[in-house]
Design a binder for this molecule. Structure first.
Ligand SMILES: [Mg+2]
Length: 175
């Protein structure tokens, strides 16, 4: 069952993903987690890096949709300064929100990736939906209390996965 938590790629930060890398994989749209993937949970304003990355994706005409387990109010507030579409209450690790976003995009599962910082919600959800995915390092190391429990279990699962596949290492790009 651990393979369901295995990310397709491991890239340190979402900002390292380029339109060229996506196009080479036949990927036309990016779904992304919100907290600690796009923005730090304790710094909701985001960074200049994020703005630049979003501008690059926009120019390349690659839609980015935020798929978050948070509620509508929280997500819309967090994204108030960004021109980004989103799906709130995504219920990851279920594929409910991911499927809603896919429907909106009207793309095949093979044409989408999901980027997230948690294997137990983001990666498990994407794998369940048959969507390739990217695990990123959380933007900040401290977490909200409810994430701390998952992090503990995550470490154990990652250890197991890495033992089976020593090539599971952090990369600088999608390839
Ligand atoms: Mg997250």
């Amino acid at each position: 069952m651990f393979f369901k938590f295995k990310p397709t790629w491991m890239i340190e930060a979402i900002y390292q993903i380029t339109p060229e890398q996506l196009q080479a994989q036949g990927i036309k749209a990016v779904l992304t987690d919100l907290d600690n993937t796009l923005i730090a949970w304790n710094n909701p304003d985001g960074t200049e890096e994020l703005r630049q990355w979003l501008a690059i994706m926009k120019e390349a005409k690659i839609p980015v949709i935020v798929v978050s387990n948070n509620n509508h109010e929280r997500v819309s507030k967090a994204l108030a300064n960004f021109d980004l579409d989103f799906e709130a209450r995504a219920l990851k690790p279920l594929s409910v929100g991911i499927k809603r976003a896919q429907k909106k995009l009207d793309l095949k599962a093979s044409e989408i990736i999901l980027v997230g910082d948690q294997i137990m919600t983001d990666i498990r959800g994407a794998n369940g939906a048959g969507i390739r995915n990217v695990l990123v390092k959380p933007i900040v190391n401290s977490d909200a209390w409810n994430t701390k429990v998952n992090r503990f279990l995550e470490k154990k699962i990652m250890k197991h996965l890495k033992k089976k596949d020593p090539e599971m290492i952090w990369q600088g790009e999608l390839k």
